[in-house]
Ligand binder design. Structure first.
Ligand code: MTE
Length: 327
């Protein structure tokens, strides 16, 4: 994730800013796949199964969300950009890797286990989840901690719909999201760049916020594998890495759970990870961002907004908290 950084106008190569162990591991990963390391991205078309062509995947009908803040008026990112520039380390660490290798992911059959501090734990089949609540289209900005952003029309429903149905107990203070870790489907698991499975977490009130979306689709179709099929989280006011892809388990817990990025580099990635332009990443500023598909390398970057522009909707969740301490 922390692979790309800029200093002045010069693009820094991953090898220059990535810890040596991670970089060597990544090199081994690519060599293992029989590929040569060619810098930030590998050339070549995406695999046939995951072609970034809209109209190829099944449609997923939705009505536009009535929620305040759910439909940004900003121009949406072209589908081709949103589906070929991804972070999904289970398929490799280069942005092009998920589109190229996620064809091996089998999004069906799929079950999500709900466990922990709930009165109604259980296993939910994907088809049951698809029908659990009315599908809405939400046009959200997604801002990556690396300094790029996209605007994506997601399809899904508020995670709160599921949470209400499973009836959390009074001990459910946090929610942990566990994503798929299957070596047979995910070549990136051979790398130790992160501990697998990829896990993320939210405070229960963050998880219950109506803007927190359990997404099953984007651009009116089911999710392409590389974007987290068959279901993922989208938490628009937090850095993209809080939005776990290909979720298999939702666990309600009483203590703040560890997350994959905290495990990997606690000084760089805190539990909250709210978009906050005033808190720099230890190795780069978070004050500005580049919009994928629109802003070229030499275009002046646009200012990053507090809570990624969702302050009016979510600011009160953090009233009284020192957001420099809880980064
Ligand atoms: N989920 C899993 N399982 N594995 C990952 O590597 N990367 C995260 C997040 N979810 C990641 C993940 C990061 S760093 C980002 S920025 C977003 O997914 C990217 O989502 P997108 O591909 O839809 O843009």
């Amino acid at each position: 994730m922390h692979m790309l950084k800029e200093r002045g106008d010069r693009q820094i190569l991953p090898s220059e800013i990535t810890p040596q162990t991670v970089y060597r591991d990544r090199r081994r990963l690519l060599q293992g796949l029989g590929l040569a390391l060619t810098g930030t991205a590998l050339a070549g078309p995406a695999s046939a199964q995951t072609s970034a062509r809209p109209g190829k995947l099944p449609a997923l009908a939705a009505t536009r969300s009535p929620l305040p803040g759910a439909l940004t008026m900003e121009k949406t990112t072209p589908y081709n950009d949103a589906s070929t520039y991804n972070n999904f380390y289970e398929f490799g660490t280069d942005k092009a890797d998920p589109a190229r290798y996620a064809g091996t992911l089998k999004p069906r059959p799929w079950t999500v286990a709900v466990e922990g501090e709930v009165k109604k734990p259980g296993n939910y089949d994907l088809d049951a989840l698809l029908k659990l609540s009315a599908m809405e289209e939400r046009i959200y900005r997604l801002r990556c901690v690396e300094g790029w952003s996209m605007v994506i029309p997601w399809v899904g429903w508020s995670l709160a719909e599921l949470i209400k149905r499973v009836e959390p107990t009074g001990n459910a203070k946090f929610v942990q999201f566990v994503t798929l870790a299957d070596r047979a489907q995910m070549p990136g698991l051979n790398s130790s760049v992160l501990e697998w499975p990829y896990v993320e977490g939210l405070r229960i009130d963050e998880a219950m916020h109506p803007l927190t979306l359990l997404a099953f689709g984007m651009y009116g179709e089911v999710l392409p594998n590389q974007n987290g099929a068959p279901l993922r989280l989208v938490v628009p006011w937090k850095y993209g890495f809080k939005s776990g892809k290909s979720i298999v388990k939702i666990r309600f817990v009483d203590k703040q759970p560890k997350t994959s990025w905290e495990e990997a580099a606690a000084s760089e990635y805190g539990f909250y990870s709210n978009v906050n332009p005033k808190v720099d990443h230890p190795r780069w500023s978070q004050a500005t961002e580049r919009r994928i598909g629109e802003d070229g390398l030499f275009t002046k970057k646009r200012p990053t907004l507090m809570f990624n522009g969702y302050e009016a909707q979510v600011g009160q969740l953090y009233a009284g908290m020192d957001l420099k301490k809880f980064y």
